[in-house]
Write a protein that binds this ligand. Sequence first.
Ligand code: FEO
Length: 418
Amino acid sequence: MRTTEVSEGIFRLSANVKDILFEGIWPIPNGVAMNSYVVKGKKCAIIDGVCDWDGVPETLFAQLDEMNVKLTDIDYVIVNHMEPDHSGWLRAFKEIRGTFTIYCSEKAKPLLEAFYGIHDDVHVVKSGDTLDLGAGRVLVFQDIPNVHWPETMATYDTLSKTLFPCDAFGSFGSVSDDAPYDDTLTEEQIQFFEREMERYYANIVAAFSHPTKQAIAKLGGIEIKTIAPGHGIVWRKDPGRVIRDYVRLAEYGNGPAKPEVAVIWASMYGMTELGIAPVVEAIEAEGVPTHVYRVPETEMSFVLDAVWKCSGVVLAMPTYEYKIFPPMFAVIDEMFKKRIVRRKAFRFGSYGWSGGAQKELDETMARLRGKWDFIEPVEFKGRPTDADLDLIRERGRELAREVKRWCLAEGGAGSAAE
Ligand code: FEO
């Protein structure tokens, strides 16, 4: 663990977290970096926290030592966001440090009380308020509600023109202490974090895409030389790149996204499964890449990632007790909670003594007001016949052509950028 200098007077403190489910739900096989920043003027502020899940880790103190910052030098703690992955250290820090002032938004204040019993020395700020650290360093605060909780704000250092946006512009993926900056990474390594960013976005931020777009618009008038997020790498060579990434990702929910197809399928006894290879071959024969995931074997996190970034979706599942096979229903329900609003789609699947999955899918789409454009489904009793499989191939090709047409016509953020 090593502390590094982002720019003169700004230090990055970070810990990689692994072997947990992020937010208690999302797997992070490549870990995630938890970033905090110490900003020094004549006075010293720490922005967000280097969190252990149980409180202040030893690493925080070791890192402060590396910067020649004593605990008692920290005058201010800026709480951009109250989710405990960033704020979970506060109670322990309060006990150790004692005297410091917390700067946070109005909506964060009751959460400080609720989560940590902290109510003293809390200074509420609103957009445009400032904190002068001395030596020419002034911090400005900007509310960015719902990126990711309603209380979230961003902090901007006017001296270095560094933006500290917490969850926004973040990604999954452990970050090497030797190379935490885009200018110290190879293009291949940056692309790794951009891939991790897609699943992070689909899992954590997707439901808040509208506020994310509003936040990006609000921050649009500010000169930004560096973006120092709460997760992932620091962008100081090309901060515009991660802004463009987030603009693209925020648009995916309304589509079109990438000109690709997510094939999400479930099968009880292998009957529906018989259609998977034919539909994948048919889609790919049209030159459209596929991402194939079986449910419930694949964790929701990866399914959402695929559906978020693909303009086309195949839902293949059987009827179970007159309804959609339950693990697929859970996935479909979550897709709508993540506001995957528009897609080109095709559904097929098997039934036994009775159908019902298609009826429930139609009802669910109507109830959730999904603007998914489905081509005609294919349902079969028991094992699919050769004619059924031919029909699945035909519909797969039709879906692929629809996806290509849509991406070409509306030029989506995804198709333009890829
Ligand atoms: Fe990284 Fe919404 O917390």
